[in-house]
Design a protein around this ligand. Sequence first.
Ligand SMILES: O=C(CO)[C@H](O)[C@H](O)COP(=O)(O)O
Length: 217
Amino acid sequence: MAVTIAPSILSADFANLEAELGRIATADWAHVDVMDAHFVPNLTLGLPVVQRLAQVSPVPLDCHLMIADPDRWAPSYAEAGAHSVTFHAEAAAAPVRLARELRERGARAGLALSPATPAEPFLDWLGEFDMVLVMTVEPGFGGQSFLDGCLPKLRRLRSAVDEHGLEVRLQVDGGVSAETVERCAEAGADVFVAGSAVYGADDPAAAIAQLRGLAGG
Ligand SMILES: O=C(CO)[C@H](O)[C@H](O)COP(=O)(O)O
């Protein structure tokens, strides 16, 4: 299974975001956390910044929308040049319709599940998505402790994806580090988001390489 490492810019220096992207040029994707202070109690950045980052980033942008009403706003992130656009199941009114719209606009469509959101309602619809994001912390902030209780959900998704021969990536985000990444890989993840473990390291490239190795890549 291919391993994708996507450092979260949530732990980067927001005053120097363009330069901070340069520090993770050995990663596969840059994970961009869009937070609106409504769906989550934090505010980060929005569409104009993503448009700019998409132009200068050395790696594809993986946009994680932690926003209310993604049905209205997510397609613009696809048009802004994001490689993938992931929205939250808890916030979307029509997840399948929205996924189709994102794909029509040239982006990969991702469905994010917060820790308390079960996978079961979506198992029959997995083929509509390119990726499912299993949040391993409550969305909103970096630097939180990894929630082991999310791993059974990841295993359930991995079984469903493999059983039906689907090409759906399974992403984990939150508390992913050298201590937890192997557990995520064993449970079926193949895309790993890490914020503080990469941007908090003296050598982000070495941290990326270590995570990749531990994840089996
Ligand atoms: O989506 C997020 C929080 O909502 C972040 O991407 C995530 O928490 C990454 O930070 P860390 O690796 O430090 O936990």
